[in-house]
Ligand binder design. Structure first.
Ligand code: TXA
Ligand code: MG
Length: 312
């Protein structure tokens, strides 16, 4: 069910859960001050209770009501707000729901730039929102994606397609006082490096999951995905596949689901989750994935999501 901003704000204020567009993906929003509503978000998504949520706030001042923001690096990082950067900071424990934090002493917080998300915060206060997909499925970048994972009656604040198409970058303060990238996303490592004056460390999965969400299977369609690193290997490597998820110039004779021009990462990310979802609606069983692209700039986020989607 498509709803207006005013209705969405009323539903959130009365403890309901509503899907909300952001500049990255749709979120499943509940009031940050209502623990029962937050618990319902976990239940709806079938999300493990140890995977904390991002609190969406209006600005840095509102962030400082739930987190300790005085680290000198906060000023540098919060320059990216409003926008797709999430900061993991020490939480003001009494000011943010324990369920949303998954019991951790930190809280993830971001300031969205999407007009409707901002409007919702202005009318009904800070909200928590994980991506509006059933856990493990590709994220939702259009109202139809939300309706397909939940149902047609689910309340969706309709903002059309999300512009960014990939989730926010998540960074956390490391023990040495520098920022560490826990999840690549809409703000690139290169942009962070130029703002911070040094390259942030990228958390390695071999070090154990730094963001609890990193240990779960993600973004995956039902089809089995077969990653192919080099275009030259396509003929042999796609044996047994019935389609390819790739780019306009991906070679081969199989049915192609294209993410657009190779190397045009903005376009590729914008089409990513719709492309992954199409593999299921078209009914493919085994799909080769063209992974032959640079992992620089937004290519890092594209590589991360496709690698996770390929993992069984
Ligand atoms: O763009 C986005 O970030 C979207 C939109 C809706 O805002 N939201 C989103 O939320 O992607 P979600 O729940 O799908 O991903 C949040 C990630 C998870 O990997 C989670 O483990 C991590 O952030 N996270 C949340 N709180 C954390 C914390 N206190 N410490 C470490 N990681 C945290
Ligand atoms: Mg998610």
């Amino acid at each position: 069910m498509r709803i207006t901003l005013e209705i969405a704000a009323k539903l959130i204020s009365s403890g309901q859960v509503v899907a909300v567009p952001t500049e990255t993906v749709y979120g499943l929003a509940a009031s940050a001050s209502n623990s029962e509503a937050i618990a319902r978000v976990f239940a709806l998504k079938n999300r493990p209770a140890d995977n904390p949520l991002i609190v969406h706030v209006a600005d840095a001042a509102q962030a400082s009501q739930i987190a300790f923001c005085e680290a000198p690096l906060f000023a540098l990082a919060s320059r990216f707000w409003p926008g797709p950067l999430t900061l993991v900071l020490p939480a003001r424990l009494n000011c943010v729901s324990e369920i949303a934090r998954a019991g951790l002493s930190t809280v993830a917080v971001r300031v969205p730039s999407h007009e409707l998300a901002r409007g919702l915060i202005a009318l009904s206060g800070a909200f928590v929102a994980p991506s509006a997909n059933v856990s493990g499925r590709p994220s939702a970048t259009a109202p139809e994606h939300v309706e397909s994972d939940f149902d047609a009656d689910f309340p969706v604040l309709d903002g059309g397609d999300c512009r960014g198409g990939v989730e926010s970058t998540v960074i956390a303060l490391d023990t040495d006082g520098s920022w560490e990238i826990l999840r690549s996303g809409g703000i690139t490592r290169e942009a962070l490096e130029s703002a911070f004056g040094c390259a942030p460390r990228v958390a390695r999965e071999s070090e154990g999951p730094r963001a609890p969400g990193m240990k779960y299977r993600h973004y995956a369609p039902t089809a089995v995905l077969v990653p192919i690193a080099h275009r030259g290997d396509f003929e042999v490597a796609t044996h047994g596949c019935d389609a390819v998820l790739g780019f306009d110039d991906t070679p081969g004779v199989l049915q192609l689901v294209s993410l657009g021009e190779r190397g045009n990462f903005e376009q590729n990310l914008n089409r990513l989750y719709a492309g992954l979802r199409r593999l299921d609606t078209d009914g493919y069983a085994r799909v080769a994935v063209d992974m032959d692209f640079a992992r620089t700039g937004l290519g890092a986020a594209l590589g991360d999501r496709l690698e996770k989607a390929c993992r069984k």
